[in-house]
Ligand binder design. Structure first.
Ligand code: ASP
Ligand code: MG
Length: 482
């Protein structure tokens, strides 16, 4: 299919009747120009609400569960009333109630069991997307755009890792093409649920929190789309978090690798797994603001000709550092490190950075706070003997740290850059605890005390003049986001 556009609308871009109208207008406009399919998140905060409801069900908190379901119902029923006039809305409302009934049925099952099986959780949370897709598709139809709601469980085939599934691209390609191409050829706009899929034998799965970006990328790849546009509530990919650095600027272009590093290291703009399916086919991605669709946004591309130095800085504050230190020199530190990493890998824990020193063979890992208990458990099991017999000192955990990551393709082979970054941080009297730089030289990761994190981010942004560079390359016609 020629010139196919995939667009994805995040939760805030469909967060109210007004936002759904705006998303519909953008979709209808593009549909006039070329074949278009859209992927939609649940209305903002709905996934959180659904997960809270399930937690309450599991904990036996019936009144809490009921009040969450009431909130869910009220939000969607009200939105439906605001979007559609009487006479049109009734069948849509009936669908809303049916989907919420489905959620209720699963939640009640969990309440009775006192336990939430992962696959039931996945089936239940995907209802947030099925609801938003239902409303947006109905509104599009009502306003004269031929649209159909599509549940991605019928087109995205995944493995069975519930809660964080990985797509199987070949079967997904077959199913997605069989289902969506005929619609697109007829001029219909498919409105597809983000976030969810199903195993080959039909068990519902989800792709991880924030996974709708990933859904859109998967579809763009298997349908050989010409472009992917991701609509959010910010102007694009920025040189820093605007809440920390007021004079940050929107980057005109970033490479796939830069965008992936930024996402991975805390930039909220894209789900970290989004770019992988697009890289191979070099499908360009735009990150755009549905609240200001006239702004150009950021283009994510395979490469950038003249890229200069450090381009953006991100940070993560909900992280913890685990250090492992041999108690004597009898122990083979490399072997211990290997086993520790293997244990963490088996427990599905994401290691954000590793740093080690050769003499004492001590080493440390950075993990997310929420994965800390599982990480410690895994390390204590894997290294039980060494810990019990005093070959290793007790695990040292410091959760009062933060990670700062400086990203830029142009940092490669630029001597002095790391030095300037460290100097800028130390000028703020912020102590550096650990450092990691991959051999790609694309990212320098620095672990600091958490109370120094924001200062360090501002210092690095100013020292590398990231805002100025971004504004200059964008040219005089567009001065960033402020
Ligand atoms: N609704 C899901 C979440 O909040 C997926 C998404 O919004 O991308 O995680
Ligand atoms: Mg999102």
């Amino acid at each position: 299919m020629k010139d196919l556009l995939i667009m994805k609308f995040g939760g805030t871009s469909v967060g109210s009747a007004e936002r759904i109208r705006a998303a519909a207008a953008i979709s209808a406009e593009q549909r006039q120009k070329r074949p278009t399919a859209i992927v939609v998140s649940a209305m903002s905060k709905v996934t959180d609400l659904l997960l809270e409801a399930l937690r309450r069900a599991e904990a036996g908190d019936k009144p809490g569960l009921e009040s969450d379901i009431e909130k869910l119902r009220a939000r969607h029923v009200e939105t439906c009333h605001e979007l559609l006039p009487a006479g049109v809305r009734e069948p849509v409302l009936a669908e809303v109630h049916k989907l919420i009934g489905e959620f209720e049925r699963i939640a009640n099952g969990i309440y009775m069991l006192g336990e939430a099986p992962p696959r039931s959780t996945d089936e239940a949370v995907a209802i947030g997307e099925r609801l938003s897709v239902l409303l947006l598709a109905a509104y599009l139809q009502h306003t004269g755009t031929r649209a159909v709601a599509v549940n991605a469980a019928s087109i995205i085939v995944t493995d069975a890792v519930f809660g964080n599934a990985t797509p199987l691209m070949e079967p997904t390609r077959e199913k997605a093409r069989a289902k969506l191409l005929p619609l697109l050829e007829e001029g219909v706009l498919p409105v597809v649920t983000g976030f969810n899929g199903a195993t080959a034998d039909g068990r519902p799965t989800t792709l991880g929190r924030g996974g709708s970006d990933f859904s859109a990328a998967i579809l763009a790849s298997v349908l050989d789309a010409t472009e992917l546009w991701i609509w959010t509530d910010v102007d694009g990919i920025m040189t820093a978090d605007p809440r920390l650095v007021p004079d940050c600027a929107v980057l005109e272009e970033v490479t796939y690798r830069e965008a992936a590093e930024l996402a991975y290291n805390g930039a909220k703009v894209l789900h970290p797994r989004t770019l992988a399916p697009l890289m191979e086919k070099q499908i360009p991605v735009w990150s755009k603001n549905s609240f200001a669709p006239e702004k150009p946004g950021t283009k994510i591309v395979p490469r950038i000709e003249a890229s200069c130095g450090a381009r953006a800085v991100t940070s993560l504050s909900n992280v913890a550092l685990i250090s492992i230190e041999p108690a004597n020199s009898v122990i083979n530190g490399t072997e211990v490190m290997g086993r520790a990493l293997e244990g963490l890998g088996r427990a599905n824990i994401e290691v954000l950075a590793v740093s080690s020193s050769s003499y004492r063979q001590s080493f440390c890992f950075l993990v997310r706070d929420r994965e800390l208990p599982a990480a410690i458990e895994s390390l204590e099991t894997t290294l039980a003997l060494e810990l019990a017999h005093g070959y290793l000192k007790p695990l040292d955990v410091d959760d009062n740290v933060g990670l700062l990551a400086v990203v830029g393709e142009g940092m490669r082979g630029t001597p002095g850059l790391a030095g300037r970054i460290f100097t800028a941080i130390s000028r703020e009297q912020v102590n550096i605890i650990a450092i990691a730089q991959g051999s790609s030289e694309l990212t320098i990761a620095v672990v600091v005390r958490r109370d120094g994190l924001e200062k360090a981010v501002r210092a690095v942004h100013a020292e590398s003049r990231m805002g100025e560079h971004a504004r200059r390359s964008r040219g005089a016609e567009y001065g960033g986001s402020h």
